[in-house]
Design a protein around this ligand. Structure first.
Ligand code: HDE
Length: 732
């Protein structure tokens, strides 16, 4: 997988030398399984090979040679022993003189850097953005200058509230941050998978984040919004209501990063070569279709595989199943902005796609996982203020605040102003300035001039600002008294929340209602629950009544809204995920439960059909060593039954026979496998011999149209049916 990173391998961009990094081996040979050795006393020990030597205490010393380099200290001094510290006598104390020990331990002691204050848990990948058309009419940004133009990208997906070591399937917003290494500098589109936000002014961000993180007096709950302080804060901030509807929707429990939309959230500006500015909103639309899990599934996935999302992305890319997103824009002018029902600077509002349609301006494909998670995913520094000529800001008060915060936070996390020189952050275009020194300066900034204006000529003079090619802030009139104020045009907090609610399908509405009930049930302080329900009455009476009923409480008086909500906004079908479901099962995963005695040909046919359809097939059995097929062949399986619950799969097939099926059916995890697949609305294929498995799961007499008998349905038909992903009509 390892390929040279253009950021490190590119020729230095500036005359005085760009970042020069030590030449550590970039592409180490993959680990080889040990080869048995006949050498010496250790011949019987499979740990010892030709390339090893036992130490005096029997410890394993692996030796260099045959392509394996010698190990060194960080100063390049070759080590003679990486197993034993330097001691005074065989059983004596370790000596302070042991510089090899100190070199290693010193570095280890300082391995951790502060995790991100939000979005700590993330996963990244490299790829390419390809422009769809020449956009020079709208923007002078060079990455959009012509159809087919390619720009390298790095994307980091994340959860928001949880710490670095938290689980992937938290109910949470997902970060969707993209760094475009354009030939005119880095452009960072630091977005989320939800197009609105909780607050309207950046000043409130620390409060929001404090409220959702673990409570300070107890240190929990981790990675969850279901607790008093979060709901207390958002209940007192009705501007959060629209975002809460999204957060309680299935969008907040995505099946995979690959199946999420992304949004720039704020209104930005495109600026063309003539200086004409157009408002723009950015959207990422996954070509894989949208998909989420159900809440009960999310809870179980977190136990079964806390790394579910990162594993999914890593596996898909390494399998060559490269995820793709179309980058789309909504563009509009001042006239539209002035006539729109809401303020386009208010990040708690969307512009419905039906009002301003999406235009595809390019496609991003992620095709390379990182070589090192720390160097790349952890050290990548996204910053909203990283724009290129042709892209500019608006006065959205949230965006304005972010433009300070993202630079500031990198210094804390990465420890030096020179974080821009790290390979993952370094621009892939010439970089030339008079910024000097600082911790960890990697560049050899040669020449005499480190200031300008100066009297030198040629290369010795250093760089100069370019009035034509350079970034010029869009010219716009600004006036007004300096005041701490929230514009009145930001005051309607409920109309779009209601519009979102009315745009959802019946199962989606059900999930939202149940999510509110679940989360508020975790709040111990009654008034906090009441306030939320009181706010929800301004969104939709039926929703509020349903939540109150689920909480077992009286319906409280509605909050008095600052602006009366408009309940007549037309629903926006584009807001429903079910309307954006995938067209096929490609990229999804089938879990096949197998027992001794199953028909190998049937298993192969199923596997082939799904693999040909772009899906992944994994088998689950009683023991990971495998099952004995009907013909006597032994076939390993991918998971032991306890380690491969059905929540890890998008559809399941039950292939059982005779005594093998009876034996597997007696296992408690089998019961959960089958009954969960059913109650999570999944498609289930089964053979007649799997009857004991259906019975174990309690569904033998509840089978519906999404439970397909594979003795009368072909593998191809089953595959085609699975594209629907869920049978929401099922009575579970
Ligand atoms: Fe962030 N946000 N944010 N945010 N945000 C950070 O920057 C901040 C907001 C988003 O994968 C931090 O490097 C403020 C909206 C993503 O590395 C920090 C405000 C949106 C990521 C920060 C917001 C986002 C961050 C923490 C309110 C969607 C992860 C670590 C004005 C459009 C990027 C860091 C990555 C990360 C501040 C609100 C998205 C502290 C002050 C709205 C995807 O700088």
């Amino acid at each position: 997988m390892s390929q040279p990173d253009p950021a490190t391998s590119a020729a230095p961009a500036v005359e005085d030398g760009g970042p020069q990094l030590p030449s550590y081996p970039q592409d180490p040979a993959p680990p080889q399984p040990p080869t048995p050795s006949n050498a010496g006393a250790a011949a019987d020990n499979p740990l010892y090979t030709d390339a090893t030597e036992p130490g005096e205490g029997g410890e394993l010393h692996q030796l260099p040679g045959d392509g394996i380099p010698a190990m060194t200290t960080s100063q390049g001094q070759v080590l003679s022993d990486d197993q034993n510290s330097l001691k005074a006598g065989d059983r004596g104390p370790t000596l302070l003189e042991d510089h090899v020990f100190r070199d290693k331990m010193f570095h280890f002691d300082h391995e951790r850097i502060p995790e991100r204050v939000v979005h700590a848990r993330g996963y990244g990948a490299h790829g390419t953005f390809t422009a769809a058309e020449d956009l020079s009419d709208l923007t002078r940004a060079s990455l959009f200058a012509q159809a087919g133009k390619e720009t390298p990208v790095f994307v980091r997906f994340s959860t928001v509230a949880g710490n670095l070591g938290s689980f992937d399937l938290a109910r949470d917003v997902r970060g969707f941050a993209t760094k475009f290494y354009t030939d005119e500098g880095n452009w960072d589109l630091v977005g989320n998978n939800i197009p609105v936000f909780f607050i309207q002014d950046a000043l409130k961000f620390p409060d929001l984040v404090h409220s959702v993180k673990e409570e300070q007096d107890r240190g929990w709950p981790q990675a969850q919004s279901a607790h008093d302080t979060f709901w207390d804060f958002v209940g007192l901030m009705p501007e959060s209501t629209h975002m809460l509807l999204w957060q309680m929707s299935d969008r907040a429990i995505p099946r995979s990063f690959r199946f999420m939309q992304g949004f720039g959230v704020h209104t930005f500006r495109f600026v063309n070569a003539q200086g004409r500015s157009t408002f723009v909103k950015f959207h990422w639309v996954p070509r894989q279709g949208l998909q989420s899990v159900v809440w009960n599934e999310a809870v179980k996935i977190n136990g079964a595989d806390p790394d579910f999302h990162r594993r999914d992305l890593w596996t898909a890319i390494n399998n060559g199943d490269f995820p793709e997103w179309d980058l789309c824009v909504q563009t509009f002018d001042d006239d539209f902005a002035d006539s729109f029902e809401f303020d386009v600077l208010d990040a708690t509002k969307i512009i419905p796609e039906e009002q301003v349609p999406l235009r595809v301006i390019g496609t991003m494909r992620l095709d390379r996982v990182v070589d090192n998670v720390f160097s790349e995913t952890e050290q990548v520094a996204f910053m909203t203020q990283n724009v290129v000529p042709g892209i500019d800001f608006t006065n959205d008060p949230l965006l304005q605040g972010r433009n300070f915060s993202y630079l500031d936070t990198q210094l804390k996390r990465l420890g030096s102003t020179n974080f821009t020189q790290l390979p993952v952050n370094a621009p892939r275009c010439p970089v030339a300035h008079f910024q000097r020194d600082g911790h960890m300066q990697m560049g050899r900034q040669a020449g005499r001039a480190n200031y300008e204006p100066n009297s030198f000529t040629g290369a010795a003079a250093g760089p100069r600002a370019d009035r034509e090619a350079g970034f010029r802030t869009v010219e716009r009139p600004e006036s007004g008294d300096t005041r701490r104020v929230r514009a009145e045009s930001f005051a309607d907090h409920y109309s779009q929340a209601g519009q979102f609610w009315r745009s959802q399908s019946a199962p989606e509405q059900d999930h939202i209602r149940m999510a509110f009930v679940f989360e508020l049930s975790k709040c111990e302080i009654p008034v906090i629950r009441e306030r939320i329900v009181a706010n929800l009455r301004n969104v939709d009476e039926e929703l509020a009544a349903g939540v109150a009923d689920g909480l077992g409480m009286e319906l409280p008086e509605a909050t008095t809204p600052h602006v009366q909500p408009d309940h007549d906004l037309a629903p926006s079908p584009a807001l429903s995920m079910t309307a954006r479901a995938p067209e096929s099962f490609a990229g999804r995963k089938l879990g096949v439960l197998v027992t001794d005695g199953v028909d190998g040909a049937a298993l192969d046919a199923l596997t082939k059909a799904f693999s040909d359809g772009g899906a992944i097939v994994e088998t689950i059995g009683l023991k990971v060593g495998g099952v004995t097929l009907a013909g006597g062949e032994r076939r390993p399986v991918d998971h032991k039954i306890d380690g491969g619950p059905s929540v890890l799969f998008d559809a399941v097939a039950l292939l059982g026979e005779g005594a093998g099926a009876e034996e597997l059916a007696g296992h408690p995890a089998t019961r959960d496998f089958v009954s969960d697949a059913f109650s999570h609305y999944k498609y289930i294929g089964y053979v007649p011999g799997a009857q004991p498995l259906l019975q174990a799961g309690g569904i033998a007499d509840r089978l519906d149209e999404a439970c397909l008998d594979l003795s009368t349905t072909t593998s191809e038909q089953f595959l085609a049916a699975c594209a629907a992903l869920r049978r929401w009509e099922r009575d579970v």
